[in-house]
Design a protein around this ligand. Structure first.
Ligand SMILES: Nc1ncnc2c1ncn2[C@@H]1O[C@H](COP(=O)(O)OP(=O)(O)OP(=O)(O)O)[C@@H](O)[C@H]1O
Length: 332
């Protein structure tokens, strides 16, 4: 499936300005962005629930609107708002929605059993959904989405507000789907879920795709960060005795940092960062450069009687990629 140049405006608000990406057969694709980025609007257009103002959705290279039956059969959307009947049990819900897709008899019974097992609701199968926890309702929502065995499943924030047990169940169900060859678009603002499930991602903000590609490659463009926790080697530590304000130690560090990195491109001194309120030194470089930088700094510190207590490596993750792309935290 491909989204090509999708646009959507509500009144004067351009919710989706220009969104393009494609999902390949059998892949788990993450659509990531903060609240209000335009994710739900995009997937509504992908699922044919909303017409774009411009652009189009392609299914196997053909405009999807030309084949509405195929579009409906091949796609399953689990929306953020639950789409189930609370007064029916899990079995009744699955059977009802299965019936809408023409399933009946032994095939419907078998599919119902498979789905109850996939989402782990066998024990609660006969209880009415209104009495389920929020997480169990989300799991039933997923089962209903899958009833017609769609080849592509779109999951819109499937774990928002669910308990840890249901979250684990949902994530395992998604992994199982992926193992079985179902294509998945996983929409979320939980970076760790997208990192755990998806091979490729698109990062969307203010209605545009900021980055799209293989997750590992995108993360490779995030600079390596090492935080050096340092202290003066002298036992009569001026910082601790109060004779010397920590700013003077900080000034020593600044001086060394500028000697090692005159352009101030990758070595920063931050004041009062660690538990002892001592300054820390941040090295930010490409993956290949950090060993040289660390070596230069440790030699300079040694010459100036400064000890490195600890070196902490910060993870290259989606949170930092988003920060690099937008200058903002993803959760903001
Ligand atoms: N039917 C609508 N009418 C008016 N504005 C809308 C409508 N649907 C969405 N919007 C607005 O469009 C923008 C994008 O909304 P959308 O729901 O697509 O974002 P999102 O990335 O899915 O965020 P969230 O995770 O909060 O749902 C938001 O500013 C939202 O308020």
């Amino acid at each position: 499936m491909e989204a090509r140049g999708l646009k959507k405006t509500f009144g004067s608000h351009q919710a989706v300005k220009n969104v393009s990406f494609s999902i390949m057969h059998g892949e788990a694709f993450g659509l990531l962005g903060p609240n209000g980025a335009g994710k739900s609007t995009t997937i509504r257009m992908l699922a044919g629930l909303m017409a774009p103002d411009a652009g189009e959705v392609l299914l196997e290279g053909e405009p999807a609107w030309k084949h509405p039956e195929k579009w409906k059969r091949q796609l399953g959307l689990a929306p953020q708002q639950l789409a189930l009947y609370p007064e029916l049990s899990a079995i009744e819900n699955i059977r009802f929605f299965g019936g809408l897709y023409g399933l009946k008899g032994a095939a419907l019974s078998q599919r119902t059993d498979e789905l109850l097992e996939l989402v782990g609701l066998e024990d609660a199968a006969h209880r009415i959904a209104a009495n389920y926890s929020g997480g169990m309702q989300r799991r039933l929502n997923l089962a209903i989405t899958l009833v017609h065995k769609p080849r592509l499943v779109i999951l819109d924030e499937p774990t928002v507000g669910v308990d840890p047990q249901s979250r684990a169940h949902l994530l395992e169900s998604v992994r199982q789907l992926a193992r079985d060859g179902t294509s998945i678009i996983y929409v979320s603002h939980y970076m760790e879920e997208v990192e755990a499930l998806c091979r490729r991602v698109a990062i969307i903000d203010h209605g545009v795709v900021l980055e799209c590609g293989v997750l590992d490659q995108l993360l490779g463009s995030v600079p390596t960060q090492l935080v050096l926790h340092v202290r003066p080697a002298n036992s009569v530590d001026p910082v601790r005795t109060g004779h010397d304000p920590s700013s003077s130690f900080s000034a020593r560090l600044q001086h060394i940092a500028r000697r090692v990195d005159p352009e101030a491109t990758g070595v920063k001194v931050s004041v009062g960062e660690n538990a002892e309120s001592l300054p820390t030194v941040l090295i930010e470089t490409s993956f290949t450069e950090w060993p040289d930088r660390l070596h230069q700094l440790s030699q300079a510190f040694h010459a100036d009687s400064i000890l490195i207590d600890r070196v902490e490596s910060r993870q290259q993750n989606l949170e930092r990629l988003f920060l690099q792309l937008t200058g903002r935290a993803l959760r903001a």
